[in-house]
Design a protein around this ligand. Sequence first.
Ligand SMILES: N[C@@H](CCC(=O)N[C@@H](CS)C(=O)NCC(=O)O)C(=O)O
Length: 197
Amino acid sequence: MIRCYRIPFSTNVERVALAAGHKGVPIEWIGVDPEDRSLVQEISGQSLVPVVVVGGEVLTDSPRIVAWLEERFPDPPLYPRETARRAEVETFVDWFNLQWKRAPNLIAAGVEDADKHAARMREAIGRFEALLDGRDYLFGEFGVADVMAFPFLKYASFGTPEGDDELFHRILVEEQPLREDSPLHAWARRVDARPRS
Ligand SMILES: N[C@@H](CCC(=O)N[C@@H](CS)C(=O)NCC(=O)O)C(=O)O
């Protein structure tokens, strides 16, 4: 059994739920008090979730956990099987995690040039919309790009759910205004309807 430690409304935890759901892999979820990370710290040596414990192995960092799920449970796949297609998707995943995510994180940290980062987030909307031009998911078939991006972009379409008062999530709503006819709305509904473990 795969055990995963989580906190409510966590974007990075939702990635694991979507990836495992796609593969039909059950997860035993352990809820952690967001204000008390001592258990997570003890298990993983750091305080962020998701943390996966499986056999004697402890995995942190959602992209790494999703890649582990792909390796351990290859069917159905989340990454393209063809080498070049896979490299394209991995390039998107790295851009999203290493570049795109910096803007909302820096705004939440209260940096002085928040406006510059907010403008980057608004610019990026056009790129996501272009990826959805004529197709249902970011790279055609549902896959790792959708798993990585959805938990962050869904706020632009759905807003914050009741009980979610996280500043980071409010930034994801406020700095990603969507046109009514943006294809991101239909994409968000499509991904939201997919199974989660
Ligand atoms: N790179 C990590 C980031 C994990 C992360 O930032 N987790 C958030 C929840 S979505 C967290 O635990 N935040 C608590 C905090 O910052 O104290 C991943 O992708 O899993």
